[in-house]
Design a protein around this ligand. Structure first.
Ligand code: SPQ
Length: 436
């Protein structure tokens, strides 16, 4: 039995909404809070399954963590060397961020750890982190094809290095920097394009010196983290479903409250604006080292565009929803330079192309992107392949569909957006859930 979304066609989105906390920042708050000296209180923590997996991993390594209770988590940090060997393999569910960042943190520990995940995580590539960690002196074993489990052998001394990342990945960058906290000397990571910088910002917030110059971030191992309180903004990746939903449906108007608008995450805003969306950023402010704003979106006629490649890493998780926007736009939208989409929770190029075609949309997958010609969206059943972002994107497509859309295998929406269906229903989406 799995969760199925049934979404009635048409309608509008209205209202002032607050989507749950940022998934990337919530993961990092548990990791750094656990290793800090002192007590870290986190507000706005995302109580999604991915973040709970991270939280449980640190509990299993001896960290006392209270909550979550309505987004509040209190972490009693154990210091850089206070973690204890977990009694069992650490289960990280669907969370790519968790396993990859933890690989960096586990590699220098004194004990062995095995990290496992669900069916989707067990297929995702880990060499992107195990190869550079091995160069630093770590010993990590994966399956022959580089997929999890990751078995980390403890007791290794790491040496700092300068790593030139072959792909734009915040997870790889963060993994190496976190390992660098324990390494001898300096660890630097140079990225080929800007990626989300929550790790660097949060490390600085915990009092750790991170030197950023251009595309390179460096730190020196052997320091300590000092506890501090964290206010997690609403996740722009979750807000995206409502931004796209409002933009594609005439008469809609939504305000997304308190959304994180870190410049390394705002590709979706830039791309929707290029497509002609009526979108304004209001009440900009800074909360705990991260920029935050309210985002107002009104329904409008969108036009197809060539998506600038420099926006790709800044909108990497937003493409399933942006493909739906492209299907509703006038003319052709072309995405290139986004081959990373093929190694997410699902192959997001193929799975979105299959679903859109199923609904009668002219969508052609390419090795590194997609070509979509906007037009009518039909009706039918689409398979989410257990990918939360695919499920929520097709739910929003129903706003412009000619008939109902059924989406199968939606349980994993809870990994990043618990309460999605009820918030969407309150905003006006004709969504219901059943198991089948
Ligand atoms: O954690 P996970 O499963 O990898 O989650 C995803 C998502 O869609 O929620 C990717 F599938 O987000 C990643 C994102 O794509 C979260 C992330 C981070 O917090 O550092 C970075 C991005 O991944 P990458 O591989 O580009 O570094």
């Amino acid at each position: 039995m799995s969760l199925i979304f049934e979404v009635a066609p048409g309608g509008q989105l209205q209202g002032s909404l607050r989507v749950p906390g940022d998934k990337s920042i919530s993961h990092r708050s548990i990791m750094l809070g656990s290793l800090a000296e002192g007590t870290t209180v986190v507000e706005g923590f995302l109580e999604g399954e991915d973040n709970l997996a991270t939280l449980n991993a640190f509990r299993a390594m001896g960290v006392e963590i209270e909550g979550p209770d309505k987004g509040k988590v209190t972490i009693h940090g154990v210091g850089m060397h206070g973690l204890r060997a977990p009694a069992e393999p650490v289960y990280l569910g669907n969370a790519g961020t968790s396993i990859r960042l933890l690989a960096g943190l586990m590699a220098p520990q004194a004990f062995d750890v095995t990290m496992i995940g669900d069916e989707s995580l067990s297929k995702r590539p880990m060499r992107r982190v195990t190869d550079p960690l091995t160069s630093m002196g770590a010993v990590l074993l994966t399956e022959e094809d580089g997929s999890p489990p990751i078995r980390v052998q403890g007791g290794k001394k790491l040496k700092g290095m300068h790593y030139q990342m072959p792909m734009a990945s915040a997870q790889v960058k963060s993994c190496i920097l976190l390992a660098g906290l324990y390494a001898e000397g300096e660890t630097c990571v140079t990225e080929p394009a800007p990626t989300r910088d929550h790790t660097e910002r949060m490390l600085k917030g915990f009092g750790y010196e991170v030197r950023v110059a251009g595309s390179t971030a460096c730190l020196t191992g052997g320091g300590k983290l000092t506890a501090r309180d964290i206010d997690v903004p609403a996740d722009i990746s979750s807000a995206t479903f409502f931004m796209v939903g409002a933009a594609i449906s005439e008469g809609s108007e939504v305000i997304l409250q308190h959304v994180g608008i870190n410049p390394t995450r705002i590709g979706v805003i830039n791309i929707l604006r290029l497509m002609g969306a009526k979108l304004s950023i209001e009440n900009e402010r800074e909360v705990g080292g991260e920029p935050v704003a309210d985002i107002r979106v009104r329904g409008s006629r969108l036009k197809g565009i060539q998506i600038p490649e420099d926006q790709v890493p800044l909108a990497i998780d937003e493409f399933p929803a942006l493909f739906v926007a492209a299907a509703c736009a006038e003319g052709e939208t072309v995405l290139t330079g986004a081959e990373e989409l093929r190694v997410k929770e699902s192959d997001r190029i193929q799975v979105m192309a299959d679903g859109l075609q199923r609904l009668g949309v002219d969508a052609t997958p390419t090795p590194d992107g997609m070509i979509i010609r906007g037009g009518a969206i039909g009706s039918g059943t689409v398979e989410s392949h257990g990918d939360h972002r695919i499920a929520m994107s097709f739910a929003m497509a129903a706003l412009r569909a000619e008939g109902p859309i059924t989406i199968t295998n939606c349980d994993n929406v809870n990994t990043s957006f618990p309460g999605f269906a009820s918030l969407a229903m309150d905003a006006g989406l004709g969504i219901s859930q059943r198991s089948g």
